[in-house]
Design a protein. Structure first.
Lengths: 637, 265
């Protein structure tokens, strides 16, 4: 597997500009002759489709939803980072670059992160021009707030609905191209496989979710903008249909999968209430600007929060990390909460939560101000828990949220398969082992609006293409393999539902490979997951036919892929014997219980290559060099 | 923690329909072991798990984020659009709202412009076509001035955000006796009309989006205010008034030519 990242030469500040100059261009009159398939319509997909459409390429966008606007980017709440330095608090491209590399615990590629920080400012400009109603000050200029892992305010936001507003901005730009005839939206279609011809990605097989037909689409490039795989844990903050299937199909067709074990566990989620639970609901990290996180000092203190005097409360983040306090990065906040709960100091009926308390900021700023900033989050908390967060502290617990791992891509965002690109959360590159808050929206839009339109053009302009069409034998063969898998699922007629098996998998992943992992839990999980997979292939039941709108079949296909993927996830976690960012190996920690990296042995991206069914995947490594940011123990004290 | 401890039972009467144009009917199912902490959709999950195990076809129902923002879900529960809670999506409705022995009627959006695809799922693509008719500001990537180049009055920005909060679920259309999509369309037109960036094409936008609305067979507003009452994001009917004003002005001063042909020429 060739892992040449193709990082352009020259000083880091000039790499992207130089590279854009060196990329081949496609003549405007020729662009319409190229067909680009964009899979997924979240921030990365919608923005890529819009920009490529504006350039005059023929774009098809595939979404499994009825509308591209439903993609899970819509649920991002808190904000989007940029190095504008509008508040005059010392920000710069260089500082955003520094904070992101450090936040990712030195496991990201410097050149990519620098480019991301550079582009961040253009994203804000463009989104304002698209009519995104960001929060503003009375003078009419844009407002900023703080997020975890930063000691300044660089986060732009639209109430607690920033992801929604940015997605609607990208979506509307794309709908303009639908009107212009450059983009067509193929809704209610799910990519089920990737089609290669002469070694290049030349199309996809999509399942029409209404008719159940397998449809073939040919193109010159395929862009996977299919999000993350946190649903491998069953319970996560992701939407129900978020999945790994498209990325997994690409992996099985030859794309390298990088750092699958890098998962972000988000600290501020609403705790689970019972076995019936179908998802976990996130509450924006921005709440940590004004909420203080605490547990009782005494173990097993069952008094209601209001009856616990100040002196008997432990504001553990403020105590352990005085410099950043409640705004430490997510991995650190989650682990600290877990440590308190493990000590027996968790609160709530199950003991599996910590307090997020607004009492002091309500006193300081007034309830109206808090309501204006976070009202929708308090409402959501009330609807789910039946508790009033203004009167009593909210209870929170960490939950799987975002996956930093993903398809390996080079500087052009191209995977190891020529013509197959991966954008947004679906790729692995920019966040290292831990993503900072408000950086996912930034990356999705940087990839889609600004990077892919240049690099995909560069690929098309420098590649000779043989003709390809959906009626080629490669398409029929791939579709036949998908059909065989579907037939096999339908023929089992066992006793277990796909959801039950998914929940079983999630329990193993959360217990043995969640916030903390060690060799023995991972080895145990590596035994259990294949057993669940076997159970799936002998016990699953899916009523109805495949030539129909069949949600149980959709679910079963996703679970089947998760059951294969989970094993790679565990192998990667076992192989990486260090702790870094969200990947916490209990064997590798400092005396104070913080994550301890092993730079001598693990300063690389671990990239896995598929070797065939039942065969061990091959591990390749892309070494990471840090020439601009000094590697240090990541301290937020 | 245990569901069984406080578990209760309800009967759900659900609309079953195999496909567009097929005859449909209500069918009753008993659901046991319902916990008050369950969401309404988790109660339907429970029903579906049971049906799958029996080898029966589960109820087809659309939902995704389950946190009230994606706009996928939409059910009429006991005649209430998105259920009995005010300004809420049905995914945020919890079973603590119901009692042991309740009979709950669950129906899809019933709107001429939203044909039923199966059971409780409808086709809302008519809303997509309204968006494609002008629900955007025509700027190409890379051409924008600095984000702070044009100050925006804070109150206008807030009002634009109120309108932009629409999740495109279609509840407003469902609640309207005329099946009008005017709250949906008015919200998008308002968002852009309130912002300086949206001003240059405000006239062609309103003319084109309203034309698309009519073309899709949506009705007109007769001031029932039902749309505002059921809107999960509390989008106000004032947006319809603003759209009408924009429409009037555009008819006096505007150009009714079709939208720009895009960037290919």
């Amino acid at each position: 597997m060739n892992l040449d990242a193709k990082i352009p030469a020259g000083p880091i500040e000039k790499k992207w500009d130089n590279h854009k100059f060196n990329l081949k261009l496609v003549n405007p009159n020729n662009r319409r002759k190229y067909e680009i398939l964009v899979v997924g319509s979240g921030l990365a997909g919608a923005s890529a489709a819009a920009s490529l459409g504006e350039l005059g390429y023929n774009v098809k966008v595939f979404t499994l939803h009825d509308s591209p606007r439903r993609a899970h980017s819509i649920a991002a709440q808190g904000g989007i980072n940029a190095a504008k330095n509008y508040p005059n608090d010392g920000d710069s491209v260089w500082r955003l670059f520094h904070d992101t590399v450090k936040g990712g615990d030195y496991r990201a590629r410097e050149a990519n992160v620098y480019r991301l920080a550079q582009i961040s400012n253009q994203i804000i400009d463009h989104c304002v021009a698209l009519g995104v109603p960001f929060a503003r000050e009375y003078g009419g200029l844009l407002s900023n707030r703080s997020f975890g892992g930063a000691q300044l305010s660089r986060t732009f936001y639209a109430r607690g609905q920033t992801g929604q507003q940015l997605l609607l901005g990208a979506y509307s730009a794309m709908m303009r191209q639908v009107a212009a005839g450059t983009v067509s939206v193929m809704n209610r279609r799910e990519m089920v496989d990737l089609v290669l011809k002469n070694g290049k990605a030349r199309g996809i097989i999509a399942r029409n979710l209404i008719t159940g037909e397998l449809e073939s689409y040919a193109g010159h490039a395929v862009l996977l903008c299919t999000g993350g795989y946190a649903n491998v844990f069953y319970l996560s903050t992701n939407a129900a249909t978020c999945n790994v299937s498209a990325a997994w199909a690409a992996y099985k067709r030859g794309a390298g999968f990088a750092n699958p074990c890098f998962t972000q566990i988000h600290p501020t989620c609403i705790p689970r209430s019972g076995e019936h639970q179908s998802k976990l609901t996130l509450m924006s990290e921005s709440l940590r600007n004004d909420g203080r996180i605490w547990v009782p000092k005494a173990k097993g203190d069952k008094r209601p929060a209001g009856q616990i005097p100040e002196a008997e409360r432990d504001y553990f983040l403020e105590r352990r990390y005085p410099a950043f306090g409640n705004l430490v990065p997510r991995d650190i906040a989650s682990r600290a909460a877990k440590a308190m709960i493990d000590e027996g100091r968790g609160v709530g009926p199950t003991g599996l939560s910590v307090y997020l308390d607004f009492r002091d900021s309500i006193k300081r700023k007034g309830a109206d101000k808090i309501k204006a900033e976070y009202g929708n989050l308090f409402d959501m908390y009330y609807q789910i828990t039946d508790e009033n967060g203004y009167a009593t502290p909210m209870r929170i617990y960490p939950a799987p949220h975002y996956t930093m791992g993903g398809l390996w891509v080079d500087y052009d965002l191209m995977t190891t398969i020529p013509g197959l690109f991966a954008l947004g959360e679906a790729n692995f590159s920019d966040h290292g082992a831990n993503r900072l808050g408000a950086s996912a929206l930034m990356q999705g839009l940087a990839d889609g609006f600004f990077i892919a339109p240049a690099t995909v053009g560069g690929y098309l302009g420098s590649t000779k293409f043989e003709p390809a069409s959906g009626s080629d034998p490669e398409f029929a063969e791939t579709a036949g393999q998908v059909q065989a898998r579907i037939n096999r699922i339908l023929s089992i007629k066992g006793k277990k539902t796909p959801t039950e098996l998914h929940r079983q998998l999630g329990n193993v992943m959360w217990n043995d490979c969640g916030m903390a992992r060690n060799e023995s839990t991972l080895k145990k999980a590596l035994k259990k997951v294949p057993e669940i997979r076997e159970e799936f292939w002998s016990e699953v039941t899916v009523p109805g036919s495949d030539k129909d709108f069949n949600q149980t079949l959709e679910k079963a296909m996703k679970v089947a892929d998760f059951l294969e993927f989970a094993e790679l996830f565990l192998k990667d976690a076992l192989e990486r014997k260090e702790s870094c960012g969200g990947h916490f190996r209990e064997e590798s920690c400092t005396a104070e219980g913080e994550a301890k990296r092993d730079d001598a042995n693990f300063s690389h991206a671990a990239v896995w290559a598929y070797s065939g069914e039942g065969k061990e995947p091959a591990l390749h490594k892309e070494p990471l060099a840090f020439e601009h940011i000094k590697m240090a123990e990541r301290s937020y004290k | 923690m245990s569901d069984k401890k406080n578990g209760f039972s309800v009967t759900v009467r659900v609309w079953r329909q195999d496909g567009t144009g097929e005859p449909g009917r209500m069918k009753a199912y008993k659901v046991s072991d319902v916990s008050p902490d369950m969401s309404f959709l988790e109660m339907l999950d429970l029903l579906n798990e049971d049906l799958i195990k029996k080898g029966e076809k589960p109820v087809t129902v659309e939902s995704d984020c389950r946190e009230g923002i994606c706009g996928c879900c939409g059910l009429v529960v006991n005649g209430d659009v998105h259920g009995p809670d005010e300004h809420s999506t049905v995914c945020q409705l919890h079973m603590r709202r119901f009692r042991d022995g309740d009979v709950i009627t669950v129906e899809p959006w019933r709107v001429k412009s939203f044909p039923v695809l199966k059971d409780l799922v409808v086709d809302r693509s008519a809303l997509e076509r309204i968006m494609a008719a002008g629900g955007y500001i025509s700027v190409n990537t890379g051409a924008a001035p600095d984000a702070n180049a044009a100050p925006v009055n804070k109150d206008d920005a807030e009002e634009a955000m109120d309108a932009a909060a629409c999740i495109g679920c279609g509840a407003c259309v469902t609640a309207c006796p005329n099946g009008a999509a005017m709250l949906f369309t008015g919200a998008k037109i308002s968002q852009f009309a309130l912002l300086p960036q949206g001003s240059p094409e405000r006239q062609r936008r309103v003319l084109s989006m309203l034309e698309a609305m009519d073309r899709e067979g949506f009705g007109n507003c007769s001031n029932e205010y039902e749309c505002e009452a059921v809107c999960p994001k509390d989008v106000k009917v004032a947006n319809i008034a603003r759209m009408n004003r924009e429409f009037l002005l555009a008819n006096f001063f505007g150009k009714a030519e079709p939208q720009s042909a895009g960037s290919r020429d």
